[in-house]
Design a protein around this ligand. Structure first.
Ligand SMILES: C[S@@+](CC[C@H](N)C(=O)[O-])C[C@H]1O[C@@H](n2cnc3c(N)ncnc32)[C@H](O)[C@@H]1O
Length: 218
């Protein structure tokens, strides 16, 4: 359709001197066809992005040593349930299951990351302990979760905050990489440098929160 539109524009240029009305008609037809093309493409793109699955953070992986520290600071124990919200390449899910014996679930909406992290879980035979769900992180059921890890932008954390406040059980830990949850007092703030890494060579901050009992909730 795009080619047809361009051709019609070209023809209209050639005939314009000889026949003004015909050239105008051809221009209109070309324009309508181009508009149809744009509308069609828009519809296809919208169909590929189901509503409610907005990406709230680009993929940027937590350096391994920071990821380990996050889980250590969470005091995560074997058998506990861990969620990584926006699990990226699955590194926190893999670590929680493989190194700490936790039952770990990653939530991710990027299909390439979902496929590659699932392949990794399969390769490491972590199927019993770990899974990646293709699911918007805001729709997760948090009622049984012990540890939540996040590496999300402030706006996403602000949206997540009331959900966690109402659905996490007392004693659950939330560990946020680099961005604090506005309005919560961290139990601990830990910084560690990653200066040995030639690319990601800056200081990383880990914010450790623990949900209080209902009567002392912030
Ligand atoms: C900064 S990366 C963090 C990856 C991993 N958690 C880590 O720390 O290495 C954020 C991830 O969140 C994912 N994401 C963004 N919006 C999401 C949403 N609404 N639901 C689930 N995942 C989402 C992105 O695709 C990306 O992989």
């Amino acid at each position: 359709m795009l080619i047809v539109g361009f051709r019609c524009f070209a023809i209209s240029e050639r005939v314009s001197a000889a026949s003004q009305p015909r050239a105008l008609y051809c221009r209109v037809v070309a324009l309508v066809r181009l508009l149809g093309l744009v509308a069609g493409l828009g519809a296809v793109l919208l169909a590929q992005a189901p509503p409610g699955r907005g990406n709230v953070a680009p993929f940027y992986p937590t350096p391994m040593q920071v990821a380990v520290k996050m889980l250590q600071e969470a005091e995560i124990k074997a058998g506990e349930l861990h969620y990584d919200l926006g699990s990226g390449d699955g590194r926190l899910v893999i670590l929680a299951a493989r190194n700490f014996g936790a039952k770990s679930v990653g939530f991710e909406i990027d299909s390439e990351l979902i496929n590659s992290s699932r392949r990794q879980l399969e390769k490491l035979e972590l199927g019993e302990l770990a899974e990646i769900r293709e699911q918007d992180l805001f729709t997760a059921d948090f009622s049984d979760v012990d540890v939540v890890t996040v590496y999300l932008l402030p706006r996403a954390l602000a949206r997540l905050k009331p959900i966690l406040e109402t659905s996490l059980k007392a004693g659950a830990r939330i560990i946020s990489h680099d961005f604090p949850v506005d309005g919560w007092d961290p139990e601990k703030t830990v910084t560690l440098d990653n200066y040995d890494d030639p690319v990601d060579n800056w200081l990383h901050t880990i914010y450790v929160y623990r949900r209080p009992a209902a009567d002392t909730a912030q």
